[in-house]
Ligand binder design. Structure first.
Ligand code: NAD
Length: 507
């Protein structure tokens, strides 16, 4: 798809269909959902929503494809991943434009998302090495023991709106390289990126049926969770849905990893470089309009650093350029929907009514557009019992909580229901080391505000930010998408064969 391709208009919304058996497949349920351009507020597409019958048919097709795909040699699977990587690399710009059009994020940010997604394909290109098992020669006399990793069969991924390319790539690259067929149920709010990925996988040589995209809502998700032919489900989204997916999926005997929401705190000690901390807080709070699960939403200002830090953050905000993501001048785009924008704005008034100081009020910024825009907001003197502190706002609102000590900051982080990401800003190596030891959070930054692990580590939070045992992508991803098998083998001399009812032991 190029930028000159015909654009859907409000009068003729494009139909966004499923991808089944390697071809675009119109839905048959008669149900669809609107897809907006968040920068204009206009409907630009109608995405098909799958029925239970359509999910059943998709799983049947994927099951047949999985049986053949697992026979494809590792070297060939790696070759397909290398080709997929090259295609993605060459078409970053086109994919980024799709992200901007449906999600709203600015082009540069969309390119960043794609770069972090491609890292996962890089990792999966090493699949022959990643699936190497162990071998113990002579575990007993004439007996060798070895382990192998086998694919699960058909696995599914259910993904959120905020990273329409990167989060699917967290899952797809490893799941496919491990020899599984994959069914993706992307967010119905920005579904087109998943179809772009499907096209590229086909061009890369992935056999038809191995990768399926099925659009839908709760009906489709429930059908996936109930289908006995789906062996495992990877989910990324909000905590209430993550908890639901984990409970329902595991009850139905599936392997499930379900990543949920977040409330990421940045602890700034009095010895921190204030300008560096302010730059980091602004970047991590307002990038992608705060719609990132690793956004910083709370700054914990310790002791005397508070006033200087709040001044440094607020002085940076007037210069931020908010507007349509297609304009390269802009640094922040709109929110995903009108309802979400209004909900986020509600937290600003709510915090003020509960006693917080509104230092910068994003509601006051005017936009000459019906898009879902909201300016950036900074709230100071936020307290633990305020809604703006307790809830995941998921918008461009940064809360500053003043704390008297490191210990009080740590208490807030550890008592928070979420544990996705956190960061400490300090010049004291000992304090940073102490923090990484005692914080109850899955991903920790030391003078790094958004510590998303590189693809050869794994991504995942603690507490209500992750349900399941394995983190996403990297080594945990390989573990999640395979089952291990241990073989104990003997090629005996037939003359030594005899009956022995005792428990097998080393001889
Ligand atoms: P969401 O939970 O509303 O939706 C996620 C997926 O679940 C979508 O595919 C959606 O169609 C499906 N879904 C929604 N309601 C459902 C229901 N009742 N039953 C079954 N399926 C349902 O999340 P979202 O608004 O798309 O994404 C934002 C959320 O995702 C935030 O909470 C954010 O923190 C979280 N997130 C977490 C991570 C992480 O790695 N932990 C990464 C990205 C986003």
């Amino acid at each position: 798809m190029t930028d000159t391709a015909p654009r859907p208009t409000e009068t003729a919304p494009a139909t966004i269909s499923h991808w089944i058996g390697g071809v675009s497949t119109p839905g048959t349920s008669g149900r669809s959902a609107r897809v907006y351009n968040p920068a204009t507020g206009q409907v630009q597409g109608l995405v098909d929503l799958a029925s239970v019958e359509e999910i059943n048919a998709a799983v049947e097709g994927a099951t047949a494809a999985a049986k053949k795909w697992r026979l494809v040699p590792l070297s060939k699977r790696a070759e397909i991943m290398f080709r997929f990587r090259a295609l993605l690399d060459a078409q970053r710009d086109d994919l980024a434009r799709i992200l901007t059009r449906e999600h709203g994020k600015v082009h540069g940010d969309a390119l960043g998302e794609i770069a972090r997604g491609i890292e996962n394909v890089d990792f999966a290109c090493g699949i022959p090495n990643l699936l190497k098992g162990g071998y113990s020669e002579g575990a007993s006399t004439g007996v060798d023991v070895y382990s192998i990793q086998q694919p699960l069969g058909v696995v599914a991924g259910i993904t959120p709106f905020n990273f329409p390319a990167m989060v699917p790539l967290w899952m797809i690259a490893n799941a496919l390289a491990c020899g599984n067929a994959f069914i993706l149920k992307p967010s119905e709010k920005d579904p087109s990126a998943s179809l772009f990925l499907a096209e590229l996988l086909k061009q890369a040589g992935l056999p038809d049926g191995v990768f399926t995209v099925i659009h839908g809502d709760k009906v489709a998700v429930d059908a996936i969770l109930e289908h006995p032919g789906v062996a495992a489900v990877s989910f990324v989204g909000s905590t209430p849905i993550a908890r639901y997916i984990y409970q329902k999926g595991t009850k139905n005997g599936k392997r499930v990893q379900a990543l949920g929401g977040a409330k990421n705190h940045m602890l700034v000690l009095p010895d921190a470089d204030v300008n560096m901390a302010a730059d980091a807080a602004v970047s991590a709070a307002y990038g992608s309009a705060g719609e990132r699960c690793m956004s910083i939403s709370v700054v914990l200002a310790v002791g005397e650093v508070g006033d200087e830090l709040v001044n440094a953050i607020s002085s940076r905000l007037p210069a931020l350029k908010v507007g349509p993501g297609s304009d390269p001048q802009n640094e922040m785009g709109p929110l995903i929907s009108r309802e979400h924008r209004d909900k986020v704005a509600g937290y600003i008034g709510g915090a003020e009514a509960q006693g917080a100081t509104v230092v910068v009020d994003g509601r006051k910024q005017n936009f000459e557009s019906d898009g879902f825009f909201l300016g950036v907001s900074l709230l100071d003197h936020v307290k633990e019992d305020m809604d703006a502190y307790k809830d995941e706002i998921f918008g461009p609102v940064l809360c500053v909580v003043r704390v008297p000590s490191y210990e009080e900051g740590l208490r807030l982080i550890n008592e928070n229901e979420y544990g996705n990401g956190t960061a400490i800003f300090t010049r004291d190596g000992g304090a940073a080391r102490q923090f990484q030891f005692e914080c109850q959070v899955g991903m920790v930054g030391v003078n790094v505000p958004i510590p998303v692990p590189v693809a050869y580590y794994s991504f995942g939070g603690w507490k209500a930010s992750l349900f399941g045992d394995t983190h996403m992508y990297g080594p945990d991803g390989i573990k999640f998408y395979t089952r291990s098998k241990v073989i104990t083998s003997r090629w005996p001399d037939p003359s030594s064969s005899r009956i022995d009812l005792g428990f097998p032991q080393n001889k």
